[in-house]
Ligand binder design. Structure first.
Ligand code: GRF
Length: 207
């Protein structure tokens, strides 16, 4: 499967997807491009080191959000992806992007959705006093972190986590998240998925 990965920061989820392919004779997926909403980030350097084409679409370079959304969709479509993976991409894509990639666009989020959606899932779980949090890989729909859940994994919250604003907790979540994302991408690339259940939200990986 042809993958485009969208990043906004350090790109360690992207790196996990790159590392999982290394050394595989017939990998289930290939990362054909990496897109970002800003330049000068480690995620883009990781792509460049791997010889993967990159593109940057900054919101501020466009007169309207809709034009940014259309440009991001166009740049992404140019690489003819089978699956688009938002891996730490910190912008909400719009109608044009969803029109082109809805249903084959997934996101990874560092909390157990529907708890703690949005840009501060780790901090919000700590602030709430949650004892267990974790990560979620889900299909992106027109909401914020509201699409059908594909996979989740739990991570314990420790007393020590309250002393550093969630940095250690987010690192522990990211270790789990990277493995979960690779597992989900490999299964989707290899076997696809089916939606089951009366409201068509229950995702079954593979046939
Ligand atoms: C990940 O935990 C992702 O879920 C969240 O931001 C983090 C990005 O990490 N949105 P990286 O850029 O993949 O290292």
């Amino acid at each position: 499967a042809r993958l485009v990965v969208l990043v906004s920061g350090s790109g360690t989820n992207l790196q996990a997807l790159l590392d999982a392919r290394a050394g595989q004779p017939a990998p289930d997926y290939e990362i054909v491009a990496v897109g970002a909403d800003r330049g000068g980030i480690a995620g883009l350097e990781r792509a460049e080191r791997a010889g993967i084409p990159t593109y940057v679409c900054r919101v501020r370079d466009f007169a309207t959000r809709e034009e940014w959304d259309a440009a991001l969709a166009g740049e992404t479509a140019a690489h003819a992806p089978d699956l688009v993976v938002s891996a730490g991409f910190m912008k909400i894509v719009g109608p044009r992007f969803l029109e082109l990639f809805g249903g084959r666009l997934i996101n990874t989020h560092p909390a157990l959705l529907p708890s703690f959606p949005g840009a501060h899932g780790v901090r919000d779980a700590l602030a709430y006093g949650a004892k267990v949090t974790g990560c979620t890989v889900h299909f992106v729909d027109d909401g914020v972190d509201t699409g059908p859940v594909i996979a989740q994994r739990a991570v314990e919250v420790l007393d020590a986590d309250y002393t550093d604003g969630g940095a250690a907790l987010h690192e522990r979540i990211k270790e789990v998240e990277r493995r979960l994302l690779v597992e989900v991408v490999e299964r989707l690339a290899r076997d696809g998925c089916t939606f089951e259940g009366p409201d068509m939200r229950r995702v079954r990986l593979g046939h």
